[in-house]
Write a protein that binds this ligand. Structure first.
Ligand code: COA
Ligand code: AMP
Length: 635
């Protein structure tokens, strides 16, 4: 089939308002938007500013009314507990209505915040959708973050309620969430009024009388009482959620998502980009704590009337590297989404992809990859193993949906390995040099998107308009700065090569080395430090910390390294995967005092490097190379 991509992209470019006005028809509005985009509103404009709608209504109520009541909305597949459950649209709606009533009883209404700190269980999605139903703003915090990170988020968005569970299940260990939550509330200045705790069979959490409420009991009581809550009418521009993502400091950025634009973009992407029809099964193997989970486990598939798989497990070890293929076969998944790191993990354990042959993948049409650069070798391996297109696509927490990718729904374009293909309608992607001038085809530079961003992208940061402007809009006036470096070739294919800031990508998780440096520097024996991302064959990158110890300290350096590693785990969380700390005598710097992180990284990654002309003392680089050598890195 010839791709319709060029025509569709040209149609958007010729008439963006007409394009999005038509896309908005796929959403039910309580009051249809008469204006499509208002450039005057907000920090740089708002989509569908006079539209009134509700995201939960569009995800559930309208499908139940339209005959999808008995269709499965979620398939909860949990190899870590051995449970598989199918939840119909009608059953999900009943739970969400009851949970919304529970929220109401707790005095939570439109605009109030609810933090959700939960493992991958259906109750997490119920908590999100119920918040959307009443117009409350949810903020999901990934379970792999430590108490301190949770506390930072509690203080920033000031929730009235935290919804959590007694535990999460990681291979080989039970992660007790409740003590982390209790600790976070103790650290936080702003204390939530209540916590709704889902007690899981494998671990019962201690409850704080007066504050903590049993999730299941409250839900059951609301259901029994027949309590229902109608969908609140919210403005298209009202916030649906805040999702924190790593910034360049320890203070994460609260990415804000609206209701109307978000729904229009996600619905458009489900059919036109991923090529998934209502009624079909779509699976994003991510976590609700990440943007992928928000957009493509919960909201996108439900808005589309599709069935979504909620997977509580890992690509390997739960129980074997065939788990993904089992789920695709057993549940009839048509399109799947995962991170390249997951495939590398599978490939490491099953290089011949022998597990694929155990399953019937005849309904499977395509595998989408994002979260980090998809290396051509991994793509080719997966193509050979699965016999379907394996499609790289590029986006960010901020954008909420893909910026560039090969659109299965419009007909695939020829593949260029190493490129997430072409910009999607809505995105005018360009590459600028550091002075803000456009560069020619094939020239590396700063990847930007011409304003306005399309529906679905962040309108601002939660209560931080100035930070939003400073971080994304100020450097290249008229453009959104992605903070990715890359180039566009002569045929318009985008290549994303690296970040231009201190963010590293660890197993598809976005982490700030700046935040890790703040933690390392807080160790009493550390005078100075630098954290960089070094190449890792499975995770893409892992952090490594270089520590300069205070002159008067005579303790064993190995001991200090261990303590710093433990400190990062305790303050940021296990997800940081911070396992390498190296004490060095000095850090290499320019004469103006800037630490030469990029040069250290090249040495560690065994890449060719040049002695920086501005280096203060070249001998320090030899010391760094020696220290890395002693740890078996960079040799
Ligand atoms: N709650 C608590 N702890 C968690 C957690 C959660 N939800 N998720 C991860 N962790 C912990 C892990 O248990 C691990 O702890 P450990 O140091 O005690 O072993 C640590 O955080 C690092 O986890 P992870 O990055 O998952 O590494 P891993 O070595 O356990 O597994 C992969 C590696 C590749 C299998 C895994 O990263 C994976 O499945 N990645 C898929 C990518 C993905 O989902 N990306 C999201 C964006 S699309
Ligand atoms: P996150 O906000 O966690 O989704 O991370 C977004 C960042 O991950 C992007 O800015 C990129 O640096 C990186 N990224 C995501 N997808 C891709 C991709 N397909 N290719 C290259 N980098 C990617």
């Amino acid at each position: 089939m010839a791709s319709r991509y060029s025509d569709v992209y040209a149609a958007w470019k010729a008439d963006p308002s007409g394009f999005w006005s038509e896309a908005a028809e796929a959403i039910d509005w309580f009051e249809r938007p008469r204006r499509i985009f208002d450039a005057e509103l907000g920090t740089y404009g708002h989509w569908f500013p006079d539209g009134v709608t509700n995201t939960c209504y569009n995800c559930l109520d309208r499908h139940v009314k339209a005959g999808r009541a008995e269709q499965t909305a979620f398939i909860y597949d949990s190899p870590v507990t051995g449970r598989i459950e199918k939840i119909s649209y009608a059953a999900l709606l009943a739970d969400v209505k009851a949970m919304a009533a529970v929220y109401g009883k707790l005095g939570i209404g439109k605009g109030d915040r609810i933090i959700i700190y939960m493992p991958m269980i259906p109750e997490a999605a119920i908590a999100m959708l119920a918040a959307a139903r009443i117009g409350a703003v949810h903020s999901v915090v990934f379970g792999g973050f430590a108490a301190n990170e949770l506390a930072v988020r509690i203080d920033d968005c000031r929730p009235k309620l935290v919804v959590s569970a007694s535990c999460g299940l990681e291979p080989g260990r039970t992660v007790a969430y409740k003590p982390l939550l209790d600790q976070a509330i103790e650290i936080a200045n702003n204390k939530p009024g209540h916590c709704l705790i889902f007690q899981r069979d494998m671990l019962s959490a201690d409850m704080v009388p007066g504050r903590d409420i049993d999730f299941a009991a409250a839900l059951a009581a609301a259901k029994q009482a027949g309590e229902e809550t109608p969908c609140a009418a919210v403005a298209s521009t009202d916030p649906l959620y805040v999702l924190y993502t790593s910034g360049t400091t320890g203070q994460p950025k609260g990415v804000l998502r609206d209701n109307g634009g978000h729904m229009v973009a996600l619905k458009w992407s489900m059919e036109n980009f991923f090529g998934v029809q209502p009624g079909e099964v779509f699976w994003a193997a991510s976590d609700i704590g990440w943007v992928v989970g928000h957009s493509y486990i919960v909201y996108g598939p439900l808005l589309n009337g599709s069935t979504s798989v909620l997977f509580e497990g890992k690509p390997v070890g739960t129980p074997d590297p065939g788990t993904y293929w089992r789920i695709i076969a057993e549940h009839g998944v048509t399109v799947m989404f995962t991170a390249p790191t997951a495939l590398r993990a599978i490939r490491k354990e099953d290089p011949e992809a022998s597990h694929v042959a155990r399953y019937d993948l005849s309904r499977f049409r395509a595998l989408y990859l994002a979260g980090e650069r998809a290396d051509p070798d991994t793509i080719r391996w997966a193509e050979r193993a699965l016999g379907v297109p394996v499609i790289d696509h590029w986006w960010q927490t901020e954008t909420g949906w893909p910026v560039a990718g090969n659109p299965l729904g419009l007909g695939l374009l020829p593949v260029k390995y190493g490129s997430p293909a072409v910009p999607l309608p809505g995105y005018d992607v360009q590459v600028l040099d550091d002075a803000g001038h456009p560069v020619g085809a094939g020239t590396l530079g700063n990847v930007v998107v011409k304003l306005p961003l399309p529906p679905g992208c962040l309108p601002t940061l939660w209560k931080a308009d100035d930070r939003f402007r400073a971080a994304y809009l100020a450097e290249y006036p008229g453009y959104y700065k992605t903070a990715d470096a890359g180039y566009i070739d002569e045929e318009g294919y985008v290549f994303i090569m690296a970040r231009t800031d201190d963010i590293i990508n660890v197993a598809g998780h976005r982490l700030s080395t700046g935040a890790m440096e703040e933690v390392c520097a807080s160790h009493p024996d550390v005078a100075e430090c630098a954290v960089i991302g070094i190449a890792d064959p499975m995770k893409g990158q892992v952090p490594a910390g270089f520590l300069v110890i205070n002159a008067n300290v005579s303790r064993e350096t190995a001991e200090i390294e261990k303590e710093v590693i433990a400190l990062v785990r305790e303050r940021i969380g296990p997800v940081a995967a911070f396992r390498t700390a190296i004490c060095v005598k000095r850090l290499p710097k320019t004469r103006s005092g800037k630490i030469l992180r990029a040069t250290i990284q090249k040495i560690a990654d065994r890449q060719p490097w040049k002695m920086p002309a501005t280096i203060d003392d070249p001998a320090i680089l030899d010391e760094i190379a020696e220290a890395l050598h002693a740890k078996g890195i960079g040799i």
